[in-house]
Design a protein around this ligand. Structure first.
Ligand SMILES: [Zn+2]
Length: 272
């Protein structure tokens, strides 16, 4: 009896979420059904649903330690000048236990498989889109579970285990002895795949922004540029974003982004 009751309660919550966004979801579905090139932009919001803390969120290190301090250390100059300080800080605050992709990550991979998503451009460094099975992923801030040798002729790559098990604070390349650097974009470094990311976004027929408040540049700039020329932008986010006014559809996330994507995908099946 208890089981049935609990099940009903869950169903009720899910239905409530869908009902609240019913009109917005239907609008999004009709826009997506006519798109032959849908590009998705994702930010921290999609990964908090997988258990990854949002650096810029309320309890994130940008708030607790202060953005200035983080920027002073997670900085390419600081990395070059004082690798010990950098690595001590990085190991303390950026070394997360491995997590599994959220339902939303998995839904995006499924929608790509069905030909409904052409590419994902992400600000996240957790590698969860790849882990969920998405094939075309442009990670503009790099990937935290990969480490590169800074030796100018070497460029060897290492996985997390090597760095985690390294006996000293500053991990070094086993080939040439140079310092290793996380393959993430530090302050003072250009973003990765700049041209590719911008091109994907500008070529999109429909742009879907998920879990980003659209305040981190240059990606927010690409989205702004897209919205200046085209109107077909859908925003799925918990809370307001800097570009809600420019979106054709805004879907407010009450509980789960994955649930909303699942509903959109289910309704798209009818358009086949
Ligand atoms: Zn090396």
């Amino acid at each position: 009896m208890a089981y049935v009751f609990e099940n009903c309660a869950n169903l009720w919550v899910m239905t409530e979420v869908i009902v609240l966004n019913k009109a917005a979801i239907e609008r999004a579905v009709s826009v997506l059904a006519n798109s032959n090139n849908t590009v998705v932009v994702t930010g921290a919001g999609i990964s908090t649903e997988a258990g990854i803390p949002d650096f810029r969120g309320e309890k994130g290190i940008y708030r607790t330690l202060g953005e200035d301090r983080v920027m002073q250390i997670i900085n390419i100059d600081a990395f070059r000048r004082q690798p010990e300080v950098f690595w001590e800080f990085y190991r303390k605050y950026f070394d997360f236990p491995p997590v599994e992709p959220s339902h939303a990550h998995k839904m995006l991979a499924r929608m790509e498989q069905k030909g409904r998503v052409s590419a994902v451009v992400t600000q996240n460094i957790d590698g969860l889109h790849d882990k969920a099975g998405s094939k075309k992923v442009i990670a503009v801030h790099g990937t935290a579970d990969r480490f590169v040798c800074t030796g100018s002729r070497c460029r060897a790559c290492y996985e997390s285990e090597y760095v985690r098990d390294y006996p000293q604070t500053v991990p070094r390349c086993s080939e040439c002895g140079s310092t290793l650097k996380p393959d993430v974009v530090l302050f003072g470094e250009p973003i990765q795949n700049y041209m590719d990311a911008r091109q994907q976004i500008m070529d999109a027929r429909v742009l879907v922004v998920i879990g980003s408040s659209l305040t981190v540049y240059p990606l927010a700039g690409f989205v702004k540029e897209f919205s200046t020329f085209y109107q077909d932008m859908i925003i799925i986010n918990k809370g307001p974003t800097a570009m809600d006014h420019a979106a054709l559809v805004k879907i407010e996330v009450e509980k789960s982004t994955g649930e909303i994507l699942e509903e959109i995908d289910r309704q798209l099946d009818r358009f086949k």
